[in-house]
Design a binder for this molecule. Structure first.
Ligand code: SF4
Length: 349
């Protein structure tokens, strides 16, 4: 696989879920349907061989985007393109064949493994679905995969059941199951969130090594910027269904411009107990995605919000002098940079 070409493209993708209403509520609303705007106009691309991270608080729409990329959900609007093919144009059978090239690692390995299937059966299952001819060699294929994810000797694990393994071993099994069809894209949805702290670094290291060895591309979903910093090449920061800042790891970590990104970074623990935080976390909860705030959705929590932020939706614009680094903020990349209270005096946009 050649690095540098695009594997995944999202163009202005939206996913709105209708809100179920009770009888009385539907009478009172006179039939008006409310929608949860889980994903609200998201665009980005992932290059082959890249790790693209989506970060943000829970409820920001990260997981919904992951499911849209795998067409486990249909977008309300917009386009999802995989390796040049618009997924909306594929029949169910074409999509089934394409799925062998896109696999998922879930957050909770225990919930994602069938308790009645042995480890060998669980890992062989995708091979039986996608490559029936190769299924006769499944014991060999599964054993090689177990070795690759560090479950050695493979015979010791092949006939065991999920409950007989530790949490870290189970997550290695789900990684093996995702890789057994030799996919191009892995959707890793909070893959280490449920692991013990001591295991997280090992699993991240494993995912990084497998990416190199097998030339994989990851869409890596996490709420934790420290995890993203370890593994991602580029990052998109999500807030209430939108990407508010996107750029390379270096750009986002060294020069975060959006107040939300800065607040998230201020929450990343540092290993120095004497180090002090200088920036406050965003106060309050994420607002309702059914009735998001007017203008910039972040304005009720933003420490530098101005009146314009309540009135106008900010455009996503380039950060000056940083190709590929973009943010949606009136005061940082938009036309109202002179209103930024944190701007040094005399600094003209
Ligand atoms: Fe804050 Fe306004 Fe920028 Fe939104 S547009 S992040 S409210 S300064």
């Amino acid at each position: 696989m050649d690095n540098g070409t695009v594997l995944v493209e999202l163009h202005n993708v939206m996913k709105w879920f209708p809100v179920q209403q009770g009888f009385m509520a539907s009478l009172l609303s006179r039939g008006r349907i409310d929608y949860v705007r889980a994903v609200d106009g998201v665009s980005f691309e992932i290059k082959k061989g890249e790790v693209f991270g989506l970060v943000g608080e829970s409820g920001s729409g990260k997981t919904t985007i992951g499911r849209l990329v795998l067409r486990l959900l249909e977008p309300t609007d917009g386009q999802v393109i995989f390796d040049g093919v618009d997924l909306a144009t594929l029949s169910d059978e074409e999509m089934r064949r394409l799925r062998s090239r896109m696999q998922i690692i879930f957050q909770d390995p225990l919930a994602s493994l069938n308790p009645r299937m042995t480890i060998g059966q669980a890992i062989a299952h995708p091979v039986e679905i996608h490559y029936r001819k190769r299924a006769q060699h499944k014991r060999k294929i599964v054993s090689e995969m177990l070795e690759q994810v560090g479950l050695t000797p493979a015979q010791q694990f092949y006939d065991k059941y999920p409950h007989q393994l530790s949490g870290g071993q189970r997550q290695r099994v789900t990684i093996a199951r995702a890789l057994v069809t030799h996919p191009d894209l892995i959707l890793a949805d909070e893959p280490i969130a449920m692991a013990d702290v001591s295991l997280r670094a090992l699993l991240l290291h494993l995912l990084k090594r497998l990416k190199q060895d097998l030339n994989l591309t990851y869409l890596f979903i996490t709420h934790d910027l420290a995890t993203a910093k370890y593994i991602c090449d580029r990052i998109g920061v999500m807030y209430l269904g939108k990407i508010v800042e996107i750029g390379s790891l270096q750009q986002v970590f060294s020069n975060p411009v959006h107040p939300y990104t800065r607040a998230l970074l201020s929450a990343v623990p540092v290993p120095d107990p004497r180090a002090r935080r200088t920036q406050a976390l965003p106060h309050g909860e994420i607002p309702s995605p059914i009735h998001p705030p007017s203008g910039c959705h972040f304005h009720p929590r933003c420490p530098i919000a101005q009146d314009i932020c309540k009135r106008e939706v900010p455009e996503t614009l380039n950060v000056a002098g940083q190709p590929g680094h973009m943010a949606s903020c009136h005061l940082r990349t938009g036309h109202y940079q002179h209103l930024d209270p944190e701007r040094p005096p005399g600094d003209v946009a």
